[in-house]
Ligand binder design. Structure first.
Ligand SMILES: NC(=O)C1=CN([C@@H]2O[C@H](COP(=O)(O)OP(=O)(O)OC[C@H]3O[C@@H](n4cnc5c(N)ncnc54)[C@H](OP(=O)(O)O)[C@@H]3O)[C@@H](O)[C@H]2O)C=CC1
Ligand SMILES: O=C(O)[C@@H]1CCC=N1
Length: 258
């Protein structure tokens, strides 16, 4: 099985590292982009390839460039080079319909992984195009199982999924940074403050997942009656924390409507 990546940016790099950790041979991965592809190839042992060769030789082609680059990239390639090719798009805001119109002869999958793919932790949403075969569907599922897990979603849910799972790592990092700043404000040195923040996030997520707790159960378990955590929760609620998060998710979803 040969994999070809058009684009070598943050998401492509995370997925390439994830595939290699899952046992894919670097020799079986090809990458092309104007600048970064060669350094990704040097770092990982995968191969740089010219676009046409990459498309011709790959069993599965990943579109990992920015949505606005789609038309330009397709236009300068021969019209028939994507004939019967299996293509997975990572393009955040590009609909399945748009992809199928741009690449009518290909088998298309729209997907939204996230950068946690590097550690086998991407929950990816997928939607299969109308012309995709059962065999190709299985190849796609195998691909996403190598970098985490996947969920099949209707297209209407992609914007919300993108805002929460795709953009989410950035929002979690923002919360981590806020916890770190709060610790620094209390006189703790920045490095220790970051460790405290990250280890607390890591342990709390593990706690929720492994004990299959609802978030409110963990809140109750930590906020001892009459204790200090309850005062912190009241302060968050006064500042409308849930709405702050909801507004940020809406702003993310509404990006394309500006
Ligand atoms: N980052 C994330 O967490 C997520 C990103 N996405 C989607 O993934 C896609 C990539 O995002 P991200 O990795 O963040 O973006 P980056 O800006 O990090 O990477 C974009 C890549 O596109 C490449 N590129 C530009 N022109 C071409 C071309 N002609 N042929 C091939 N490659 C080209 C760039 O190459 P070069 O560097 O050589 O100029 C670069 O490697 C986007 O569509 C985004 O919506 C989806 C979910 C999460
Ligand atoms: O910021 C973006 O546009 C992409 C889509 C989801 C995460 N990153």
């Amino acid at each position: 099985m040969k994999y070809g990546f058009l684009g070598a940016g943050h998401l492509a790099s995370a997925v390439v590292f994830g595939l290699i950790k899952a046992g894919v041979q670097p020799d079986d991965i090809f990458v092309n982009s104007p600048a970064s592809a060669r350094s990704l190839a040097d770092k990982t042992g995968i191969h740089y390839a010219e676009e046409k060769q990459l498309i011709g030789d790959s069993d599965l082609i990943v579109l990992a460039f920015l949505p606005e680059q789609l038309k330009k990239i397709i236009q300068h390639l021969p019209a028939d080079c994507f004939q019967n090719k299996l293509i997975i798009s990572f393009l955040g805001s590009t609909s399945l319909d748009e992809l199928q119109k741009s690449l009518p002869a290909a088998e298309i999958v729209r997907s939204l992984p996230n950068v946690n793919a590097e550690f086998d932790r991407s929950l990816t949403s997928i939607i299969f195009g109308s012309t995709i075969s059962e065999k190709s569907k299985q190849l796609v599922k195998d691909f996403f199982n190598k970098i985490g897990s996947f969920v099949e979603l209707p297209e209407k849910d992609f914007p919300a999924f993108s805002a929460i799972a795709g953009s989410g790592p950035a929002f979690v990092a923002l919360f981590a940074q806020s916890l770190q700043k709060a610790a620094i404000n209390q006189g703790i040195d920045p490095e220790t403050a970051l460790t405290i923040s990250l280890k607390t996030l890591e342990g709390s997520t593990e706690n929720l997942l492994s004990r299959q707790l609802l978030p409110n159960d963990l809140i109750k378990a930590v906020a001892s009656p009459g204790g200090s955590t309850a005062d912190g929760i009241v302060s968050f609620e006064k500042d409308d924390f849930a709405n702050i998060v909801n507004r940020a998710i809406l702003a993310t979803i509404n990006h394309g409507t500006k």
